[in-house]
Design a protein around this ligand. Sequence first.
Ligand code: OFO
Length: 175
Amino acid sequence: MISDRMLAALNKQIGLEGYASFLYLSMASWCDKEGFEGSAQFMHRQSDEEREHMLKIFHYIYEVDGHALTPSIAQAPHDFGTIREMFEEVYKHEQKVTKSIHDLVAISLEEKDHTTYQFLQWYIDEQREEEALMRSILDRIKLIGDGPQSLYYIDKEIEKINKAELAAEAAGEEV
Ligand code: OFO
């Protein structure tokens, strides 16, 4: 049994993960349009991951006898300026998700809901990894430089990172 307050907060998180999935899908589409193939693959995989994060909460709510609600999703932007600006936006969004997960953990403690507290630990680890990944991409972009001559190399780097993430997933590691 889950408290109404905890349930409402988890349902709100469903909306945030769902928005992330559409935001990253929109970024994938923009990357495709701009010819950034490696980055498009990266953003498609991220979008799929966010949908999984959303569904994980759906299944959890069912397990604790609650009702998971499909969210209304705000329209994501369609243009992202430059590849660097796009990844800055991803990083900012991940920081927002991290804060929201931490708020959920605080609620679970206030509600003495140890089951949800335990469930949320996976998301804490995931957010730490995601933030580190986005920061490392931004660092690489800074090193390479994001002038017109560098875009191809940035995209190749992101393609390489995406392949490494896929390989880690296939090996059953958390990425
Ligand atoms: Fe699910 O928001 Fe990050 O990974």
